[in-house]
Design a protein around this ligand. Structure first.
Ligand SMILES: O=C1O[C@H](COP(=O)(O)O)[C@@H](O)[C@H](O)[C@H]1O
Length: 232
């Protein structure tokens, strides 16, 4: 598996280092095509990184931010990844960014996924930056072990899209970008923190079964070599 490891002494140092690298990716995209796109993860890990990034000087009005995955809950739900984004990233200079939510009020989660897919396709591909996280079960985005649509989600032959996912470990039904929409980001990062996540990463790197640990798809088959950002 090919990847670059960036190990930091502390979580604040990681947040600063990753934010600076993301600024570089966004600036380069704006310079090249006048706009930039970034898809970020939810969960607890990205909070400090979001706080640092929100204060960076970027032409944020030219940036569209979306989520790699979302719970099928409205944006005011405490478990919404969108709420995390609104609270920790969409403030200060970054408040000028455009946001593309994955959750939409719709008759069904499938309808919401179709709306999110159409909106994302209008952005153009690939993403300029994708920041993935990882759960202790080896999931990333909403590619959960045992997920009802895991095989389709990881199939690079299928089109870029937002799809639905249900899994025992996922809690609510989920919306997630397909691996085909994420793997070729111009900058592809995996952001993990702590000894437990490092042990999960080491286990993932030592094996090949993507059904057991879907993060292996990212580490083994991404068109873009992933940059792993880790701090104890
Ligand atoms: O369910 C999710 O979890 C992962 C990891 O979250 P963390 O709390 O362990 O940092 C996250 O990457 C994903 O976006 C989120 O929906």
């Amino acid at each position: 598996m090919a990847y670059r490891m960036h190990a930091f002494e502390s979580r604040p140092a990681l947040a600063e280092g990753l934010a600076n690298r993301v600024v570089k990716a966004l600036d380069a995209a704006i310079e090249l095509k006048g706009s930039a796109t970034i898809a970020v993860s939810g969960g607890s890990t990205p909070k400090a990184f979001f706080e640092v990034l929100s204060n960076k000087l970027v032409e944020w009005d030219k940036v569209t931010i979306t989520l790699v995955d979302e719970r099928f809950v409205p944006a005011d739900n405490a478990r919404s990844n969108h709420l995390l984004l609104s609270t920790h990233l969409l403030k200060g200079p970054a408040a000028a960014a455009r946001v593309l939510p994955l959750y939409h009020e719709a008759a069904s989660i499938e309808d919401a996924a179709a709306v999110a897919t159409d909106e994302a396709n209008a952005l153009g591909a690939p993403f300029d930056a994708v920041i993935l996280g990882m759960g202790n079960d080896g999931h990333t985005a909403s590619f959960f072990p045992g997920g009802d649509h895991l095989a389709e989600a990881l199939d690079l032959a299928l089109p870029r899209r937002v799809m639905t996912m249900e899994a025992e470990g996922a809690g609510e039904p989920r919306l997630t970008f397909s691996f085909s929409a994420l793997h070729d980001a111009r900058f592809l990062a995996l952001h993990i923190e702590g000894a437990e996540k490092k042990a999960v990463l080491d286990k993932a790197l030592a094996g090949s079964d993507e059904n057991e640990m879907p993060i292996r798809a990212v580490l083994g088959r991404s068109a873009t070599k992933p940059d792993i950002y880790w701090a104890p």
